[in-house]
Design a protein around this ligand. Structure first.
Ligand code: BF8
Ligand code: SF4
Length: 631
């Protein structure tokens, strides 16, 4: 890579993909680009959310001629139910991931595969939860905390422990609006109960439960996932890495980790680093072993180990199309079933590991915390053994990558910001330096950029273009999930991207030695962003809803993203979506989400499919918030 810094533009990325698709065509591979053509135009009833098939009297579809289903349910009831079901799917998924992490914590031991890497964080959480730590063996404490955390999923009484981290005002809103999340599993069950035939059809009730379900995710299951992952694998600190397909190395055995749960990817990375394994790879004619990642598990190992990111959601097929991927190992979520048949067109081994995500045309190695070491070892060995099966004529790795500094947990952020504009000792270790930057106008505000890719939006364009405009306007970005990877691929997480910022943000980047787009992790790590805004509110004395901060998922696609949206707005942060959440079929539900809920939680959604307008609306909202608090 030349020393002169420039962003990788979309056209270059698309040309690289085109070249890979040519290889695909040679071997008869299918691709999402082809399948999208067969699937469009999409079903209008589905798009508007007005198809109901929750009972066998249907399916019922709402039209001007048939405004009600057979049971009499109208468009608002059907759209509202679909929205709640969608949320419950996402909340359950994040939270079950969090549960697995708690179970891994329960299996941790001084001499086992999983250790406690951040004992201080464990003790801090124990303190918050009223658990005595004095004189306790750290693994006894880990087991006790794991059990306590697992109880959060099914506790018969009370609400989530984590919500006490929110400012008092926010907690008061949740109590008043009856959306305080109870046991996580209960919120999932309650949502599915409400959406059963003959239960709720009142939009207010369905939307209210969607918010509570979201909160059970963000201030429940996802927070368990993030916090206990930090305890187990270490709280992220800034670390240098690289992003885009060029991180794969032709001479090496390439292993790609894909999915979400770091319990698997951490172990795979551990064994790929093992001198014994590297020697074995060399004995098979490779120079070494390269592990790279796709989707959120990639974010997890990038943040903690500097493992490079091969790409985001819509690039998952590309890693196989390079012809240089010996093995792609997946755990759960966001995995295309297409990877099975696709890998069969190449020498690639497609390995599934979780009973939760089983797919045809894959090799299943059941991964568990108890057998993690031997599982990971056999996965790495399988990849090495497969190196000799490569078809050299199919190998092409696009030479395209960017440097990125990642790993900005709240703890790390507070630390780096200490260097910015603090002159007083009493601001150390707080978010006050950041508040000072915002109130003085050096920074206009912050945007949380999150979420997926979706073929409905030109891939990565919304993420990258929005970020470019925001940083040019002195708005700092915290990013997670596939949005973070889009930024990294473009070069926006390279510290040299400061030159693309307005003067204020550029100065902050220089002083704190940070890139303008800060990688905060995977999608469960949006809980980190909740903790950050909670701290900002407490340190500034403002309500969360008064902070010049907004959330944005411009290319989202998954149920998880809707669950996230619901907890972000319920926390008081206006949320901007670039893809419609299947609610346009009911004015009542749409109006509730974009207006009505503001009366409940002091924030609401904006849905805007035009990317230019979307970014302008965010900047406008940030400026409105500044004006309202007189800064
Ligand atoms: O949880 S951003 S495509 S990888 S759903 Fe999936 Fe979306 Fe990516 Fe991570 Ni999040
Ligand atoms: Fe139709 Fe009502 Fe059954 Fe839905 S619940 S499929 S609207 S009859």
């Amino acid at each position: 890579m030349s020393e002169e810094f420039r962003l990788t533009d979309l056209e270059e990325m698309e040309a690289a993909t085109e070249r890979l698709l040519e290889t695909g065509a040679k071997v008869g591979a299918d691709s999402w680009q082809l399948r999208v053509k067969n699937q469009t135009p999409h079903c209008k009833f589905g798009e508007k959310g007005i198809c109901c098939r929750i009972c066998a009297m249907g399916p019922c579809r709402i039209t001007p001629k048939a405004p009600k289903g057979i049971c009499g349910c109208d468009a608002a009831g059907i759209v509202g139910r679909n929205y709640l079901k969608f949320t419950a799917g996402g909340g359950a998924t994040h939270s079950d991931h969090g549960r697995e992490i708690c179970r891994t914590l329960y299996e941790s031991s001084a001499d086992g595969a999983y250790k406690v890497k951040d004992p201080e964080k464990l003790k801090k959480i124990a303190g918050e939860w009223g658990v005595e730590t004095e004189g306790k063996d750290i693994y006894d404490l880990a087991h006790e905390m794991a059990e306590k955390a697992l109880m959060e999923y099914g506790k018969p009484f009370g609400t989530q422990n984590w919500i006490k981290r929110a400012p008092e005002h926010t907690q008061e809103i949740w109590r008043r609006e009856e959306i305080e999340p109870r046991a996580i599993d209960r919120e999932v069950s309650c949502s599915l109960h409400m959406t059963h035939m003959g239960c709720s059809s009142k939009p207010e009730a369905l939307v209210r439960q969607s918010l509570r379900m979201g909160l059970a995710d963000g201030w429940g299951g996802s927070m368990c996932g993030t916090e206990f992952s930090d305890v187990l694998f270490g709280t992220p600190k800034p670390v240098d890495t690289e992003a885009n397909l060029g991180v794969m190395v032709e001479e090496n055995v390439n292993i790609v980790v894909h999915g979400h749960d770091p319990s698997l990817s951490e172990m795979v990375c551990e064994y790929a680093d093992d001198p014994e394994m590297i020697a074995y790879a060399k004995s098979k004619g490779a120079k070494g072993i390269t592990v790279s990642g796709v989707c959120c598990t990639s974010n997890e190992v990038a943040m903690r180990r500097g493992i490079p990111m091969a790409g985001n959601f819509l690039q998952q097929e590309n890693v196989v199309l390079t012809g240089a991927c010996e093995l792609i190992v997946v755990d759960v979520q966001c995995i295309f079933p297409a990877l099975g048949p696709l890998s069969k067109c190449f020498h690639t081994k497609f390995v599934t590991t979780s009973p939760i995500a089983q797919m045809p045309d894959s090799e299943f190695i059941r991964f568990s915390a108890k057998t993690a070491a031997e599982n990971a070892k056999s996965i790495v060995k399988m990849a090495i053994d497969n190196f000799e099966n490569r078809k050299p004529e199919l190998v092409h790795i696009p030479q395209m990558k960017q440097k990125a500094t990642v790993g900005y947990s709240v703890e790390a952020l507070v630390k780096v910001l200490d260097g910015v504009c603090n002159t007083q000792v009493d601001t150390l270790g707080t978010t006050k330096p950041l508040i000072e930057c915002i109130t003085s106008g050096v920074l206009r505000g912050a945007v949380a950029m999150v979420g997926c890719n979706n073929p409905k939006v030109r891939s990565d364009k919304a993420h990258i273009e929005l970020m470019k405009k925001l940083i040019a306007n002195d708005i700092v970005i915290v990013a997670s999930g596939c949005s973070a990877q889009a930024a990294a691929k473009a070069g926006l997480m390279d510290k040299r991207a400061k030159d693309l910022c307005g003067a204020g943000l550029k100065r902050v980047c220089e002083l704190a030695d940070i890139p303008p787009v800060l990688h905060m992790g995977s999608c469960v790590d949006i809980s980190r962003m909740m903790i950050l805004v909670a701290e900002l509110a407490k340190d500034s004395g403002l309500k969360i809803s008064q902070l010049p901060v907004v959330g944005c998922a411009p290319e989202w696609m998954s149920e998880k993203a809707v669950s996230i949206g619901n907890y972000v707005v319920s926390t008081g942060i206006d949320t901007f979506l670039g893809v419609d959440p299947y609610v346009s079929g009911s004015e009542e539900v749409s109006d509730l989400l974009t207006n009505g809920i503001r009366d409940w939680v002091e924030a609401s959604y904006t849905v805007e499919l035009d990317i230019e307008k979307l970014v302008d609306k965010m900047i406008e909202r940030i400026e409105e918030k500044r004006t309202a608090i007189g800064i």
